[in-house]
Design a protein. Structure first.
Length: 269
């Protein structure tokens, strides 16, 4: 993070941010992520938001939507920015899909989507939409002559216990995360630092104390996970932190899945 951006974030008017989020439909994690970026663009002197969630229509057909059209005042260029916040679990499976290595897939926790499908739609549809004559017309009406499409996908890739190679379009980071089945839970839980069950909105957030539920012991976490995963048949995200009072550091990050995931959730490749 650049010093300038860090300074702006540290001096952000949190009340204004809270009001902004309250005025937006942020029920879903994706819309919450977009609302955060909208706040950033609106308050960053470098950028002007020209359009948000701009639907492109041709006659009575909706062709697609631009997440953001942004004017970068430093370069005097208009940017199309497509945003996504995603979490995928690595799963070894031979396949012939594009945007994979042919040996592994990265599947959403609910087993309803995959990274390769998301990337394919973004590159082959969303980032080419501006070339359609109907899109060109709507952009010209906004005073946009020329558009530079960009894609930003944030989130985490969760490795199985035997790590898989990352897709060649994913940046390497130090944010190590894993997924395990409920049966594998006892082998990874340690009692030296507190554990937390994360609400979905806090999946991507730093573990500040106000964002976290109550800390759990190993026995409490084990009991709660067995109860909710067996009842709801879906994965849950847990973290272990260093226990610092204000801004904790994440020591371990796991998705804990039901037995037989992803097939137990009806997954079909």
């Amino acid at each position: 993070m650049s010093p300038g951006l860090r300074h702006r974030l540290e001096h952000t008017d949190t009340h204004a941010l809270e009001q902004h989020l309250a005025s937006r439909n942020t029920r879903f994690l994706g819309s919450y992520f977009e609302a955060l970026w909208e706040f950033f663009f609106v308050h960053a002197p470098r950028f002007t938001v020209v359009a948000k969630n701009l639907q492109i229509r041709d006659a009575n057909q909706t062709l697609g939507e631009f997440d953001f059209i942004i004017l970068d005042k430093h370069t005097n260029k208009h940017l199309q920015l497509e945003l996504a916040i995603k979490f995928y679990l690595g799963f070894p499976q031979l396949n012939s899909h594009s945007y994979t290595d042919g040996k592994n897939l990265w599947i959403g926790p609910q087993a309803r989507d995959r990274l390769d499908i998301k990337v394919a739609r973004a590159l082959e549809h969303q980032l080419t939409l501006y070339q359609h004559p109907a899109a060109q017309k709507q952009l010209q009406d906004l005073g946009v002559d020329g558009l530079e499409p960009q894609l930003l996908i944030k989130g985490y890739l969760f490795q199985p216990q035997q790590a898989l190679p990352l897709p060649n379009y994913v940046l390497e980071t130090n944010d190590h995360a894993q997924w395990i089945s409920l049966e594998q839970l006892p082998a990874v839980l340690t009692a030296d630092h507190p554990w937390y069950l994360l609400d979905k909105r806090h999946w991507p957030a730093p573990p500040y104390s106000e964002n976290l539920n109550s800390p759990l012991s190993v026995s409490e976490l084990t009991t709660q996970l067995h109860t909710i995963i067996n009842r709801e048949n879906r994965p849950y995200l847990i973290i272990q932190t260093d226990g610092a009072a204000c801004a904790s550091q994440v020591l371990k990050r796991y998705f804990v899945t039901p037995s037989g995931w992803p097939h137990s959730l009806g997954y079909q490749s």
